[in-house]
Design a protein around this ligand. Structure first.
Ligand code: FES
Ligand SMILES: [Fe+2]
Length: 393
């Protein structure tokens, strides 16, 4: 049961199978979230970021990133209003001089009141931080929860040694759950029918799917593994719709490349894998042999950070350099900003409807939306630690 929820209790009772998900406007605690790219934080630099409604201050010291709550213990002001670091290892509040260690948040000095007995006895929250694949991950967790390995919060293969990853991020004005649901929406391919990515990659793109076998999705809920939902790969792909009809007339057509079955099998997007706390892997996208890993990071109730990365297994420096060049000169303009920008448009258009909690019960879903429901239920079962208003005050 979610206590201290900021969603109406009567509403939550109506969706017993995905109650925690409905309550998780600001995400689930006890998970690793990417907060920024490593390249965005240089040595000795201090930056502030919001994550799940919490204000966080980050600094890189001797290469290592430290993260503390951006809120002074004394009177609650933000250090980031006017950052003062008299020594490399500390930050001082600009108001009365309470000074904290970056290492663990300990209150180590008070400039305006040096004999106060609380010195050395209090601390502000410091967050566990880990960098991987060019991203800075922060663990937002409860005091009594020992952080689990990052590998449990990313889709399989992301952390593989050979996986070379490059990406970019975008602030989207919608709740993070709408990002997840758009990402795994089996019918929204219709939205992308005119994307420049289609001619650029010479791929087929149907208008939608006409059927789904009941066992199309696979649940992953084993202990110590990422908790998620993936699509299965079938020898015979599920039927796709290429002709769009209204009143019996064909009004729109998808793009179907004429190719041999072998070529088709190679180019086909084979599926996706979404896992908590809101990260999706799309296989063979934007092109065969690439994996798109994208996060929908809760920032406020009505915004999320959309982090898009493209990974490619590379065997040597030459392949790595080639992939990096291809990311910046092909995938970023053609796919991130010529395909995924359509997803951003859709999520921001969903927001005015779903920001009213009761409207989550007013949708009219169809069988092909099953993947979305399975995702909501999985999050409910595996996400008791909903971020609560009391966590973010
Ligand atoms: S509010 Fe920070 S030192 Fe007083
Ligand atoms: Fe999309």
């Amino acid at each position: 049961m979610v206590e201290d929820s900021f969603v109406d209790e009567r509403l939550l009772k109506k969706v017993p199978r995905w109650r925690n998900y409905l309550a998780a406007k600001l995400g689930f605690r006890n998970h690793w979230y990417p907060i920024m790219f490593s390249r965005e934080l240089g040595e000795n630099e201090v930056v502030s970021r919001k994550l799940m409604g919490e204000d966080i201050l980050l600094k890189r010291i001797d290469g290592k990133v430290h993260a503390i709550r951006d809120r002074c213990l004394h009177r609650g002001v933000k250090f980031s209003e006017k950052v003062e670091c008299y020594t490399r290892n500390t930050v001082t509040c600009w108001y009365h001089g309470f000074t904290y260690r970056w290492e663990d948040g300990t209150l180590c000095d008070i400039i305006a009141s040096p004999n106060t007995p609380i010195i050395g006895k209090k601390a502000i929250h410091s967050y566990p931080v880990q960098e991987a694949k060019g991203l800075v991950f922060v663990f937002v967790g409860d005091a009594d929860y020992e952080p689990h390995p990052l590998s449990q919060d990313v889709p399989p293969t992301f952390l593989d040694d050979t996986m070379e990853v490059h990406g970019s991020s975008y602030m989207v004005q919608s709740n993070w759950r709408l990002g997840c649901e758009n990402g795994i929406d089996d019918l929204h391919i219709y939205l992308h029918r005119q994307s420049p990515l289609v001619p650029n990659t010479q791929r087929s793109l149907p208008l939608g799917h006409t059927d789904r076998p009941v066992d199309f999705f696979e649940l992953h809920e084993e202990q110590g593994q990422p908790k998620g939902v993936s699509t299965r790969t079938f020898k015979d792909a599920a039927p796709m719709a290429y002709e769009g009809r209204v009143e019996g007339k064909i009004v729109v057509t998808g793009t179907k490349m004429h190719q041999t079955p072998e070529e088709a099998a190679k180019k086909r997007t084979t599926g996706h894998y979404i896992c908590m706390p809101g990260v999706l892997r799309v296989d063979n996208f934007p092109f065969v042999g690439r994996f798109q890993f994208e996060w929908y990071v809760p920032i406020t109730e009505d915004s999320h950070l959309y982090i898009i990365t493209i990974g490619k297994p590379c065997a040597n420096d030459e392949e790595r350099a080639e992939h990096e060049h291809e990311f910046w000169h092909r995938w970023k303009p053609v796919s991130l900003e010529g395909f995924n920008n359509e997803d951003v448009f859709a999520r921001e258009a969903l927001q005015p409807f779903y920001e009213h909690d009761q409207n989550w019960l007013e949708e009219t879903l169809v069988t092909e939306d099953n993947g979305i429901i399975m995702w909501r239920e999985l999050c409910h079962r595996n996400g008791p630690s909903v971020q609560k208003p009391s966590d973010i005050i």
